[in-house]
Design a protein around this ligand. Sequence first.
Ligand SMILES: C=CC1=C(C)c2cc3[nH]c(cc4nc(cc5[nH]c(cc1n2)c(C)c5CCC(=O)O)C(CCC(=O)O)=C4C)c(C)c3C=C
Ligand SMILES: [Fe+2]
Length: 425
Amino acid sequence: MSDKNDAAQPSRRRLLQGLGMLGGAAALGGGCPFHTAAADSFSPGTVAPNSRQQAQPFYGDHQAGIVTPQQASMMLVAFDVLASDKAELERLLRLLTERFAFLTQGGPAPAVTNPQLPPMDSGILGADIAPDNLTMTLSVGTSLFDERFGLSKHKPAQLQTMTRFPNDSLDAEQCHGDLLLQICANTQDTVIHALRDIIKRTPDLLAVRWRRDGFIADHAARSNGKETPINLLGFKDGTANPDTHNPALMNQLLWVTDEQQEPAWTRGGSYQAVRIIRFHVEMWDRTPLGEQQTIFGREKLSGAPLGMKNEHDVPDYSKDPDGDLIALDAHIRLANPRTPETDSSLMLRRGYSYSSGITGSGQLDMGLLFVCYQHDLAKGFITVQQRLNGEALEEYIRPIGGGYFFALPGVADKNHYLGQSLLQA
Ligand SMILES: C=CC1=C(C)c2cc3[nH]c(cc4nc(cc5[nH]c(cc1n2)c(C)c5CCC(=O)O)C(CCC(=O)O)=C4C)c(C)c3C=C
Ligand SMILES: [Fe+2]
């Protein structure tokens, strides 16, 4: 693993931009889930879920971190690309691919040799960089397809800048980006190590635009997708997600295939909608239980649809046309009316809670990093959000950031790199 960049020396200005040292620089802008880490330093054989040796395959048709059962820790980091032409963008994508391939499989940390040079690794994981179930998932934003890299004619057909919905108070500093990196792992130190590794190696190529840390309960993550995480409003969140172990269903909902009217290079990728949604938890915690349940249409503790017994029971809205059991404006009923006509708006949600101190007005700053994947952004996220506009839940939430991205297709093997099909289109 080389720390050197292959192409020409970076300009001093871009180097400083990448380090955030120029004023306003950032503003410018399948298979078995458990297998053994590739590194020799780890023992072979099947690895227990949530051990530090648990590794997700890096190579494949699709990127890891989308249908992967949710790990406990997550980070979203959006970047502005500082590369000035297509050749430099290729250097960046090759470098990211190489680092993702290494970090997700793990291995010994590079030896510290010369005390007069910065160490090759931050050292925060010690001598062995364990894979720790790390996934690093790269998506591209619509701004990557401007004039800089000559890619405009290859833009995914539905990729667009996220515009505000009626209940949004979008903060420009927490929106959009040329690239979005979703980093997930069993532990937060592995996530931070991965971020620092990328930042260290790309001062001339990337500037951080915005960043958010997310989490789900450890026990939910340890259940390997069997236990639904509970969000910071106290409701199980993710119950009605489609079965990620069903590849045919994933092709039907998630992955871009030949069926979509999309450029050929996008096959195997997926549209990603990201929303940073702040909760008014002080008000929510003073709201009667019955009202909370009516707002979602589910029981708080069990997660069952109202009037039913078990979390995974399926509501039949045709038998409740007036909303006597589940209100007509309940979140789950609006989000998925369960009619043949609305089947085209199904999506995979992969949300995480966030908690970041207090807001300027002294309220708890916590909420949801809503992330969803689908192969049709308009029929998926945008249609569902339009149905949710005006829902009762709006009184308790405020979307403040995020963006629309396209998760790149997977990397076939070590002779390929992320985004290669786009750059060679
Ligand atoms: C546009 C898509 C969606 C946004 C934005 C969204 C925000 C949001 N959701 C919750 C909490 C829950 N959502 C639940 C179900 C659910 N939500 C969406 C879509 C969006 N949610 C869908 C498609 C569904 C599935 C509906 C179904 O098929 O029945 C639930 C219930 C449990 C579950 O199935 O996950 C909860 C709880 C919050 C707090 C939130 C933003 C503040
Ligand atoms: Fe929801």
